[in-house]
Design a protein around this ligand. Structure first.
Ligand SMILES: [Zn+2]
Length: 652
């Protein structure tokens, strides 16, 4: 309907006729199609609303019948599946008329937020899948999940007319989406979190679930997100205005725009909207009409706004609506009429009781993050993913499409003093993207104290929050807060700082050590070989909470691990803790292993009568005749059809 191209209708009709002909036992088969079939339902309903052909409703029924049962609850915990799938029952409700279908979308949304969304920004922690126990604000969301959540909210606005979906949509749009890209939108990352003070190219798994350079701002990777990311703002622009059932218009999502639509009895109105929203409080609408026309004009009063004001041609109009609903003005509109909506933005403190009593700071639709200071470090990433490029192509791509690590230049481990006054500073909208620390039109100044024990942990992530109030004797500082959308590295869920002797004393996170230099014949991209030498002892062989090394996806091969010492040393025993994820994955303890030490360029077997053990859930220790050496090597024979790994390798 954007282009008005009639061929779109014809194409979709023919495609849906094809789907109609697909036998039931071959329709929407497989995991992804079933989970995400609500998208197909939306497309069928879209066409039905234009052609009114009854067979499309039958195809919609067939589609729903083969869709995963989101009406029964959150039946899958993959972040994009949730963002895309949770709404399907409410889409089907337009045909089923069952209240339980209508209610299911809201219930699904609430369930995900209750468990994993007790954080600012409107999304939830599912850094591939949501995982039990991983609900800290450092857990991230995929860029695809952000975009799909926004589209789901926009669809639900149309289906339900409930403005809470608009509140949820703009929360995600303003606080999460802009930070998933660089300001020029040239690079994006796979994962963005409410608390993410470092955005580097390192692997942070299993602290976040997905391994590899998921925080790297790169145009050259993050596959699915590259394709989804570009839809976020166009979808948003498409849903700024909605038609209402009484032949009126509703301004639901606010942005500078011009809308032309049919209203009343077949009149055409054009409305020019001017606003600095979400930074400014005022929305100005100017009406263009050929002749005076009576129609209802509805304005959304955001859920956070308790004191909205509306005037028409300078005259105040009483606002009847509650926050989170539409305020409707029915009158005989004339050419040149001007409506002004003022949405006063108060600073609010949100307390996340379920996340250790952390707080976040909101003003209007924006949540705020610490202005940590960002260093953009160039990464030549073009050749990393595509091995078919020539050196010349790689050089050209790296120049045209730079990738960046974003590293903190200042401290990030602050607790807020939320009872102290927070000062609003407004700079006005400049040129270019407003979503950067330097160009943000608004900033807040708040009082804070550092919490020295809050540090980067063994995964390279901000350590999880502990209870607030957090005890600290550090001096009070005034810190600058910027919109979350402008903060690509960020702390937005803060502990509350306190000097009260009864306040909770935080403990420092366990930090990885480097017992020796570790290397391997092969390490899976989602793991890191340094894990074997980090002195972090697992709870068992299937412990997914500690860093690990695996040879995945190599199976049945002979592999090696090497420990290289900075200086030659005398060693007499090694202890190996094998990784074995029976019941979860395809790594097992190996068939056998041997140990060699290096002298000069030669490798020699150690002299021992000990057994080279492959027991699970404990260290397998081998003692041997002491040797003076600068390197040891484990040779590992993997089980046929299985891979393997090591959680820790101690050397004495
Ligand atoms: Zn993606």
């Amino acid at each position: 309907s954007v282009t008005g191209d009639a061929r779109v209708i014809e194409l979709m009709e023919r495609y849906f006729r094809y789907l109609e002909s697909v036998p039931e036992d071959r329709f929407l088969i497989g995991y992804w199609p079933k989970i995400r079939a609500g998208d197909q339902l939306a497309a069928i309903h879209w066409l039905y609303n234009r052609t009114g052909e009854k067979w499309l409703l039958d195809l919609a029924e067939k589609t729903h019948r083969h869709t995963a049962r989101w009406d029964q609850g959150v039946i899958d915990w993959h972040n994009v599946n949730i963002a895309q799938g949770f709404r399907e029952p409410a889409q089907w409700w337009v045909q089923s008329h069952l209240q339980s279908d209508y209610d299911a979308a809201e219930r699904n949304w609430q369930e995900v937020r209750r468990l994993y969304g007790q954080v600012p920004g409107g999304m939830f922690g599912a850094d591939e899948n949501a995982r039990e126990g991983f609900d800290d604000p450092r857990q991230a969301i995929e860029t695809c999940g952000i975009v799909e959540e926004m589209l789901s909210d926009e669809i639900l606005i149309a289906l339900t007319g409930e403005m809470v979906w608009a509140d949820r949509c703009e929360n995600v749009a303003f606080n999460m989406l802009p930070a998933a890209f660089t300001a020029d939108m040239g690079a994006l990352r796979y994962l963005t979190a409410p608390n993410q003070p470092v955005s580097d190219a390192q692997n942070h798994s299993p602290g976040i679930q997905n391994g590899g350079a998921m925080f790297l701002m790169s145009p050259h990777r993050h596959r699915c997100c590259q394709h989804n990311a570009g839809h976020g703002w166009p979808y948003y622009a498409q849903h700024l205005w909605y038609a209402t059932p009484d032949n009126g218009l509703a301004a639901v999502l606010y942005s500078e725009c011009t809308v032309t639509a049919k209203v009343g009895k077949d009149a055409t109105v054009t409305i020019d909207e001017q606003t600095d929203y979400p930074f400014g409080e005022t929305v100005r609408l100017e009406i263009s009409l050929d002749a005076p026309t009576r129609f209802p004009l509805s304005l959304r009063i955001p859920g956070w706004c308790t004191d909205a004001k509306i005037s028409v041609n300078g005259q105040p109009v009483p606002v009847q609506a509650q926050p989170g609903t539409l305020s409707t003005i029915v009158r005989n509109w004339r050419d040149g009429d001007v409506i002004e909506l003022v949405l006063p933005m108060e600073v609010r403190v949100h307390r996340w009781e379920a996340n250790h009593g952390a707080v976040s700071i909101d003003r209007g639709p924006l949540s705020y993050a610490l202005d940590i200071g960002e260093e953009y470090r160039l990464v030549e990433d073009a050749g990393a993913q595509n091995k078919n490029l020539t050196d010349e192509q790689i050089a050209r791509l790296n120049k045209r499409w730079p990738a960046y690590e974003i590293l903190p230049t200042g401290a990030w481990n602050y607790g807020l003093l939320p009872d102290q006054p927070i000062v609003v500073e407004q700079y006005g909208l400049g040129v270019g993207s407003p979503w950067t620390p330097d160009t943000t039109p608004v900033a807040l100044w708040a009082k804070a104290r550092r919490i020295p024990q809050w540090q980067i942990d063994m995964y390279g992530l901000a350590a999880p929050l502990q209870d607030s109030p957090a005890r600290t004797d550090e001096p009070v500082e005034t810190v600058r807060l910027i919109p979350m959308g402008a903060a690509r590295i960020r702390i937005s869920a803060f502990p509350v700082a306190s000097t009260d002797p009864d306040a909770h004393v935080w403990s420092e996170p366990q930090r990885p050590k480097r017992l020796y230099d570790a290397s391997a014949s092969h390490t899976y991209a989602g793991d890191r070989v340094s894990a074997i030498a980090d002195d972090i002892v697992p709870a068992n062989s299937n412990d997914h909470a500690v860093p690990r090394h695996t040879f995945w996806p190599h199976t049945g091969t002979t592999e090696w691990l090497q420990a290289t010492f900075d200086e030659p040393r005398t060693v007499r025993s090694v202890s190996v803790y094998w990784f074995d994820d029976t019941g979860v994955g395809r790594c097992r303890v190996p068939v056998s292993w041997t140990l060699h030490y290096r002298q000069g360029n030669q490798w020699h077997p150690v002299a021992t009568t000990d057994e080279f053990g492959v027991e699970k859930d404990r260290f397998n220790t081998v003692t041997f005749e002491p040797v003076q050496t600068d390197a040891l090597r484990l040779e590992v024979v993997l089980q046929p059809d299985f891979s393997g790994g090591v959680l820790e390798w101690k050397i004495e």
